[in-house]
Design a protein around this ligand. Structure first.
Ligand SMILES: O=C(O)C[C@H](O)C(=O)O
Length: 505
């Protein structure tokens, strides 16, 4: 066999990789992919449920504000996920590990002074859960492939949608479609629909998960697929899943509506004759990813799209149909008078607190110790804001998933005099029962509309637990912050009523 001439080596400079990763993470923090915007705009036009339509409108308007203002579309600026296909003729001009370089890119992006992103990663996930302060480390996946370049996908995946990833080993004869539809009917709204669903079938448990995640980076093309019709069994299955999931009526933010998923992606891999591993990976409205190639000629650059590609939407004036609430004079009787679905405009002082602060407060209560901030007569907003820059009072500050705080609701309501909570997504049966028993309420703001929500926040200061970073208890001063009553003091829940109304299957 004739020997082939050796390929010249392509050298990639350290800083080309580090700088490109940083630039990509900065870019995706505020730029939605065009295919996502196109599909979401179509969903907005088609939506028949007024509450879901308003939620989609807010996400689209927020997306345009992020693009123009170069600030994160969502306060959850995500876990950095980096997929590298490294050509086998490539060498990196460094003595450091690839992980080290990628993580330096993550640090540079998240600590950027002009557009700081939220540090969300916690180390020692079992015990201490201490914020790493710079959002490193990234989730890094490397493939060696033939070629002279490095193909990179950089994504920033939000925690709410990642939490709803599911996996099953089905019997070989079982229906993947039925399992997916059944599972989607149990996911609720914590994954911030409308978004995408990635399905990985085959391989092993770990491989199926990776397939599902990677499928989310394929172009969103459901509108084109529906127009031209399916050309394969896989495309038939995508269309069928798209229809069946949307027929569940979950809708934007779980409020009930005709669109829950914009597209369904499926990837497969050969598997064991006894197995059918299936992974389901939701992608929230903060759909953030970009790809680039490094070929030794310098770092990647990213061009922002034209804001004119975003639909022109004028948000309905909430003030007309909303009840004004003075948080500084709020009483339990007033909370009892709120009804499910009612729009409120909150003004006054609002406390914040989410997972880590709730755990600390619960531990203090269990030990019979006082809380660092009294909750009597107060409303708490489940949020971990982005740091402010320039003239901002606070950075993007949308709600986090309320459901995760359900386990704390009864104790807090019973023992502190807390009146209401604000978050996103549904409350579970026990939390609803506790809310009704204590004459309290659970309110929602639109997840993924973090810049819009932050517009109502006029000042912010940390009151307690400063060491837990974005999870600290803050006090916000808000003016006309729009929220909707999700669970009222009679125990009626918008996330049960809405989807029931819009279910078509
Ligand atoms: O961490 C957050 O701010 C939100 C989280 O992604 C969630 O969806 O619950």
């Amino acid at each position: 066999m004739a020997a082939t001439a050796p390929h010249p080596t392509v050298w990639i400079a350290e800083d080309d990789l580090v700088g490109s990763i940083a630039a990509a993470l900065q870019f995706v923090s505020h730029v939605h992919p065009a295919d996502y915007v196109r599909h979401l705009a179509r969903a907005y036009e088609r939506e028949e449920s007024p509450t879901a339509k308003d939620a989609i409108a807010q996400i689209l308007v927020n997306s345009r504000m992020a693009l123009i203002g170069r600030r994160p579309m969502c306060q959850d600026t995500g876990v950095a996920a980096v997929f590298l296909k490294v050509g086998m003729n490539v060498r990196f001009a460094t003595r450091r590990s690839l992980d080290d370089l990628v993580n330096e890119g993550v640090r540079r992006a998240y600590l950027d002074e002009a557009n700081p992103l939220r540090a969300t990663m916690v180390a020692d996930p079992l015990f201490e859960r201490r914020n790493t302060g710079d959002n490193a480390p990234a989730m890094i996946h490397v493939d060696l492939v033939p070629g002279d370049a490095v193909e990179v996908i950089v994504a920033a995946k939000g925690g709410g949608s990642e939490n709803k990833a599911r996996f099953v080993q089905l019997n070989p004869s079982a229906s993947v479609e039925d399992w997916v539809v059944e599972t989607m009917s149990t996911l609720g709204a914590g994954w911030c629909p409308p978004g995408l669903i990635g399905i990985g079938v085959g391989g092993s448990a770990d491989k199926a998960m990776l397939l599902a995640k990677e499928s989310l980076f394929e172009p969103i093309d459901m509108l084109d697929l529906l127009r031209r019709g399916p050309a394969s069994k896989l495309e038939e299955m995508r269309i069928s899943l798209h229809e069946r999931i949307n027929a569940l009526g979950v809708g934007a933010q779980g409020l009930g509506g005709v669109t829950t998923v914009l597209d369904v992606k499926i990837r497969t891999f050969p598997t064991h004759a006894a197995s059918k591993p299936v992974a389901l990976m939701p992608q929230c409205a903060a759909n953030r990813h970009v790809s680039f190639t490094l070929d030794g000629s310098g770092p990647a650059t990213f061009e922002a799209p034209d804001a004119a590609d975003w639909p022109e939407i004028v948000l309905a004036r909430t003030a007309d149909a909303a009840r004004r609430v003075d948080l500084d004079r709020l009483t339990r009787d007033e909370v009892r008078s709120w009804t499910v679905g009612e729009r409120l405009l909150l003004s006054g002082k609002l406390l914040t607190g989410r997972d880590a602060a709730h755990k600390r407060m619960a531990d203090l209560l269990a030990r019979g110790e006082p809380l660092p901030v009294p909750l009597d007569g107060r409303v708490i907003y489940y949020v971990g804001p982005v740091k402010a820059v320039g003239g901002e009072a606070v950075g993007p500050a949308g709600p986090t998933t309320a459901t995760r705080m359900d386990g704390f609701v009864d104790a807090l309501l019973a023992r502190t005099g807390l009146l209401a909570m604000i978050g996103k997504a549904e409350r579970g049966p026990q939390a609803i029962e506790a809310i009704a028993r204590h004459g309290a309420a659970s309110l929602i703001a639109v997840g993924g509309a973090a810049i819009l929500v932050a517009q109502a926040i006029r000042s912010s200061r940390v009151l307690a637990f400063e060491d837990i970073g974005m999870e600290a208890i803050h006090e916000f001063e808000v003016v006309d912050m729009p929220v909707t009553v999700a669970v009222d003091s009679a125990g009626a829940s918008i996330h049960l009523i809405g989807p029931d109304l819009w279910r078509r299957a």
